[in-house]
Design a protein around this ligand. Structure first.
Ligand code: ADP
Ligand code: MG
Length: 359
C-alpha cells in the first residue's frame, strides 16, 4: 500500500502540489489523470524520491519513507521519454539494471528472457534501439522496469509516443502484466480513455489539486465537479443552466416537474448546472430541454448532433442510422442519469444510487 498524506511540493515560490491525499491499495492498478502541467509527474517523482515534499508524508506499507533515499525504495519506474542506451543491445538495455543490482548470471538470464517473452520481443535481443520502431522501443522500456520485479510499478505516460493502434495493444499488454504479477501499479496519463480502460481506480488532478478519486464508473457517472465532468468522455458531459424552485426545474423556457428524491437534493438551491452525457439525451417533442439543431456529424456507427439550447451548446449522440432530426427539437433525459452542480462552486450537489441519496 502506498499512501500520500497532505503532500505539498514547491518549486521556489510555486506550489506544484497542494495537500495531496491518496491511498493506493496493494495490487491495485491506479491512475493519475489530468491535463498537462497538473502535477502528475511531480506526484510520481515524490513517490520515487526524486523530489522531497516541503510537508506531508509518503508511506509504503505503513512505513514512512519520506526521507529514504531513492536507491533504497525499490520502485520500478518507466518515464515518459524512455531513454534507452543507444549503444547497448535490447538485451543489455533490459539486463543493465539487474547487473547494477548484482544479481547472478542465471537469474539475469531467466528474468530477461521471461520479460522479452511477455512483451513479444523475442528475436530482437541483439538489435540496437535505432533499429527498432517506436512501439518496440517503448516495450523495451517496459521490459526494463518489469525485470526488476519490484512490487511497485510506476509508469509516467508510457504510451504517449505510440500511435493509436499500438497504444491499444500496449494497454492490453499492461493489463496482462498486471494480471500476471499483480504489482501495485501507478499509471500517469493525460488520456482519459487510457485511464478509463486500464484502471481499478482513478485520481483526477487539476493545477496541483486533487479533484476526485474513484472507480472509472463513479468518475464517469458521478463527477465531483464540472471540471471532472468536462474532462471525461468524448464529447464531454453537457452542462446546461437550470433554475430550481418549489419542485420545478426550468431549463430555458421549459418547466418540468422534479421527482421527489431529486427535490430533496435540490432543496436550498436555485441556480444549478445540469450535467447530462450526450448518450443520455433522447429526442422527444415533450422533452425537458428545447433547442435548435446547428450541426450533425456522422461517423458511421454514431451521429453527433450539436444543439443550441439558449446559447449553450449541447451534444447528443445517436445511432448512426435513424430518423433525420433538424430544426427546433425537444430533448429528454432520465433523472437517474443526471449530474447536478452548484452554479457557483461547480461542485456536485448529490445524486441517487440504488434509491438512496449520495452527497
Ligand atoms: P504533468 O506531469 O501533470 O504534466 P508536472 O508534474 O510535470 O505536470 O508539472 C506540474 C507543474 O510544476 C507545472 O506547472 C510545471 O511547470 C511545474 N514544474 C515541474 N517541475 C518543475 C521544476 N523542476 N521546477 C519548476 N517548476 C516545475
Ligand atoms: Mg508529466
Amino acid at each position: 500500500m502506498i499512501e500520500l498524506k497532505d503532500i505539498v511540493v514547491k518549486f521556489g515560490d510555486f506550489e506544484a502540489l497542494h495537500n495531496i491525499n491518496v491511498n493506493v491499495k496493494e495490487g491495485e492498478f491506479f491512475t493519475f489523470l489530468g491535463p498537462s502541467g497538473c502535477g502528475k509527474t511531480t506526484t510520481l517523482r515524490t513517490i520515487t524520491g526524486f523530489i522531497e515534499p516541503v510537508s506531508g508524508t509518503v508511506s509504503v506499507n505503513e512505513q514512512d519513507i519520506t526521507h529514504v533515499p531513492i536507491e533504497k525504495r525499490n520502485i520500478g519506474i518507466v518515464f515518459q521519454s524512455y531513454a534507452l542506451f543507444p549503444h547497448l543491445s535490447v538485451w543489455d538495455n533490459i539486463a543493465f539494471g539487474l547487473k547494477i543490482q548484482k544479481l547472478g548470471e542465471d537469474e539475469i538470464k531467466r528474468r530477461t528472457t521471461e520479460a522479452l517473452k511477455i512483451l513479444n520481443l523475442q528475436g530482437y535481443e541483439n538489435r540496437k534501439p535505432k533499429d527498432l520502431s517506436g512501439g518496440q522501443k517503448q516495450r523495451v522500456a517496459l521490459c526494463r522496469a518489469l525485470v526488476k520485479q519490484s512490487p511497485y510499478f510506476l509508469l509516467d505516460e508510457p504510451l504517449s509516443n505510440l500511435d493509436a493502434q499500438l497504444r491499444q495493444q500496449a494497454r492490453t499488454e499492461l493489463v496482462r502484466i498486471h494480471e500476471i504479477y499483480k504489482p501495485t501499479m501507478i499509471y500517469v496519463t493525460h488520456d482519459q480513455i487510457e485511464a478509463m480502460t486500464v484502471a481499478n481506480r482513478i485520481v483526477v488532478m487539476r493545477d496541483g489539486v486533487l479533484q476526485q478519486a474513484g472507480t472509472p464508473d463513479v468518475i464517469y457517472h458521478h463527477p465531483a465537479n464540472t471540471f471532472v465532468a468536462g474532462f471525461i468522455g468524448s464529447p464531454a458531459m453537457n452542462i446546461v443552466s437550470g433554475y430550481y424552485s418549489s419542485g420545478k426545474l426550468k431549463i430555458g423556457d421549459v418547466v418540468s416537474d422534479v421527482p421527489e428524491l431529486w427535490q430533496k437534493i435540490l432543496a436550498g438551491h436555485t441556480n444549478v448546472l445540469v450535467g447530462i452525457r450526450p448518450e443520455h439525451l433522447k429526442p422527444a417533442a415533450d422533452g425537458k430541454i428545447k433547442g435548435c439543431v446547428s450541426y450533425q456529424e456522422n461517423t458511421g456507427n454514431q451521429r453527433t448532433v450539436t444543439v443550441n439550447v439558449n446559447g449553450e451548446t449541447v451534444f447528443v449522440t445517436l445511432p448512426g442510422v435513424g430518423a433525420e432530426i433538424s430544426g427546433n427539437i425537444g430533448l429528454d433525459f432520465n433523472w437517474d442519469e443526471v449530474s447536478l452542480f452548484n452554479a457557483e462552486t461547480k461542485e456536485n450537489i448529490g445524486y441517487v444510487q440504488k434509491g438512496e441519496i449520495v452527497r
